[in-house]
Design a protein around this ligand. Structure first.
Ligand code: ZN
Length: 207
């Protein structure tokens, strides 16, 4: 009986901890939105965070439409990493990257539904899904999107915090030798070395 009670207490405190982590993520997003947002980020389109019920170590954070997905692995990360992830993923929304995803998703769906009809919608679906897939898959374009999303995070939190957050993610996801991650870290170090990174400016390009 005593063991069962101890397990119940442990589960309750674990649940409380998860609730407080979720609140911290939502607070970070709310604070970021007070600084940077687009006109469309209102009502049902307001960005929000979904925590996936997985601890898969290699699963990073990503965004689809107005939703930021994180795994349990990131849930308890340090505050500066949380800010980095929120700023970076919000950057994908602010920069319009999510619309390329949506264009691919919707045009691909239209293409599948109208397969074999030879209709104009089918042709348009093939054209737009190919075009958007190309934009998503070309490595140089993908890198540019990541760097631009990091730039929004830097504008929100400063280069030092974002660089440290990016390093934490690179180590956690085992991406220290990935060419894309190396290029992103190099860009962040350049922001930090820039004159605007002097104390009091926080290394915030474009602010
Ligand atoms: Zn990204």
């Amino acid at each position: 009986m005593r063991v069962i009670n101890s397990v119940k207490t442990l589960l309750r405190s674990l649940e409380k901890m998860i609730v407080s982590y979720r609140a911290a993520w939502n607070d970070a997003l709310r604070a970021a939105l007070l600084q940077r947002r687009c006109l469309w980020m209102k009502g049902p389109f307001r960005p929000h965070i979904v925590v996936l019920p997985t601890r898969a170590g290699r699963l990073g954070a990503w965004t689809f439409a107005n939703t930021i997905y994180i795994s349990r692995t990131q849930l308890s990360c340090p505050p500066h990493v949380r800010n980095y992830i929120v700023g970076h993923e919000l950057g994908h929304m602010i920069n319009g990257d999510v619309f390329i995803q949506l264009l691919f998703f919707l045009s691909y769906l239209a293409m599948i539904i109208t397969t074999g009809t030879g209709s104009a919608i089918n042709l348009l679906g093939i054209l737009l899904s190919s075009l958007s897939l190309l934009m998503l898959a070309v490595p140089s374009l993908a890198l540019e999107r990541e760097i631009n999303a990091d730039r929004v995070a830097v504008q929100l939190y400063g280069a030092r915090q974002v660089l440290e957050g990016c390093l934490w993610m690179a180590r956690r996801l085992d991406e220290m030798h990935s060419p894309q991650r190396i290029a992103r870290l190099k860009q962040l170090r350049q922001y930090l070395a820039a004159p605007s990174a002097e104390p009091g400016h926080g290394g915030r390009p474009g602010v």
